[in-house]
Design a protein around this ligand. Structure first.
Ligand code: GCU
Length: 437
């Protein structure tokens, strides 16, 4: 009966119940790169990648592998997509920012498949870089600004360790939801630092529950449901980030060459796949993305592939299920996904008590992927030593582990803004890359 109840709660509630459904494996103290870790700089046939043009071939091979084995196929830019700006307030947030809200009409039709993008642009900066990330519970939750349109989509409810969702009624947001997640989105801090912030609700793309297919953008592409490399939820979120970037490219108030993909947790997994597949993203910030994100599967500890595929069977494509129980012998790993982002700047962040995300496994990926940065003639993470808690390591590959649990805090944001100041804002988006040979 207990088991039945657990299964039912996994079916019903995405976030809260699923993370309690089966505890993560005990954290592993192992602090060296796993010997079995696949090398992104070696082709599947065993020959090493020696030149930049060979890397382009290897890049295609990796994209193919990860599409087929893990994230599934995703569509391109929809032919009829258009943007409708339905709000532009140059005096938002006490006059410090311009607020824009845009309907991204995927099939060109109002009332069809669409996503609401909320953009805040600091008024004191011309063409600022943009930090773009999906949010968990609706645009109206990230700030109490009464001008933000309240989402009409399905929203999870019930017990949730991360946010108080008592404002949700019949799976719909109410005005009481305004600002409930503002603590994780320090909008004013981001704007003051000279960045625009763009965000959309994950549920506009995929509602993130077992019965959510019909409401998901995935169901607009039934041909991608054929086969086991089906369009997955993580891929749908990543795809949505690229569509938001399509809009930002048309917005002359911001610098679309300097858009940073950001995400926390499952939305960090999506940000990683977005930056890996879409080279237009200038940089990546992964906040506790864990298993299927920045964590190395070959590092024991934290959430397992079996747990991912059991609690959230729609997050990855069906092929990925064949790897249940094979974490440490997987023929590919997440250092190879991050390799697809190199040599663009990347920040990986962990939290000490977030055992599920396996902080050490995330750190070791920062170490592992740095080899690819060196291949490009730039340095990655400046050290291979696990840093003390709350002591960030800033580099083209940056890392910190802060105290506390699974969340996004002001401390995290302060580091991300320092990183962006150094690697995104101060420099042009273009990175001078020296070929190794
Ligand atoms: C669960 C899940 C993680 C995920 C997290 C989140 O804990 O197991 O993989 O990252 O939810 O998105 O908050």
């Amino acid at each position: 009966m207990g088991r039945l109840r657990t299964a039912v709660s996994i079916l019903l509630f995405g976030t809260a119940a699923a993370c309690m459904a089966s505890p993560p494996r005990a954290p592993s103290e192992q602090m060296s790169l796993p010997a079995s870790l696949p090398n992104p700089l070696v082709f599947a046939n065993g020959s090493p990648v020696k030149t930049r043009s060979e890397w382009q071939e290897r890049r295609k091979e990796l994209l193919h592998t990860f599409t087929e084995q893990m994230y599934g196929r995703m569509p391109g830019r929809p032919a009829h997509m258009r943007f409708e700006v339905f709000d532009r307030d140059p005096h938002a947030l006490g006059g410090t920012a311009t607020r824009e809200q845009v309907e991204i009409l995927f099939d060109g039709r109002k009332g069809g498949r669409q996503m609401d993008l909320l953009v805040y642009i600091p008024n004191h900066v011309q063409h600022p870089p943009v930090i773009l990330g999906l949010n968990f519970w609706g645009n109206e939750t990230i700030n109490s600004d009464p001008g933000i349109r309240i989402s009409e989509r399905w929203i999870e409810s019930g017990r949730n360790p991360f946010v108080n969702l008592s404002c949700v009624s019949n799976h719909r947001a109410t005005a009481a939801c305004r600002g409930i997640n503002a603590g994780r989105w320090p909008v004013q801090m981001i704007l003051n630092a000279g960045y625009a912030l763009a965000t959309a609700y994950r549920g506009d793309l995929d509602p993130d529950h077992m019965g959510g297919y019909a409401e998901s953008i995935r169901s607009a592409y039934p041909q991608l449901e054929q086969g086991n490399d089906n369009f997955s939820t993580i891929a749908a979120w990543a795809w949505g980030l690229s569509r938001a970037l399509d809009y930002l490219e048309t917005d002359r108030k911001v610098d679309a060459h300097r858009v940073v993909a950001f995400g926390w947790s499952r939305l960090g997994k999506a940000a990683i796949w977005a930056a890996a597949t879409d080279p237009r993203f200038a940089a990546l910030i992964s906040n506790e993305s864990g298993a299927g994100g920045a964590k190395l599967f070959h590092h024991p500890g934290g959430e397992s592939i079996l747990h991912l595929n059991t609690a959230f069977p729609y997050w990855f494509c069906r092929t990925f299920r064949q790897y249940n129980g094979r974490d440490t012998s997987l023929p590919f790993d997440q250092n190879e996904v991050l390799a697809l982002v190199a040599p663009r700047p990347v920040y990986i962040a962990s939290a000490m008590d977030d055992h599920n995300s396996d902080p050490r496994g995330e750190f070791l990926n920062a170490v592992a992927v740095s080899a690819v940065y060196r291949f490009f003639g730039v340095s990655g993470l400046p050290t291979a030593q696990w840093p003390p808690v709350n002591q960030p390591i800033l580099g083209r590959v940056s890392y910190h582990v802060r105290s506390g649990g699974h969340s996004v805090t002001d401390f995290d944001w302060q580091q991300y803004l320092r990183f962006c100041n150094r690697y995104v804002k101060a420099k042009p988006h273009f990175v001078p890359i020296r070929a190794k040979h």
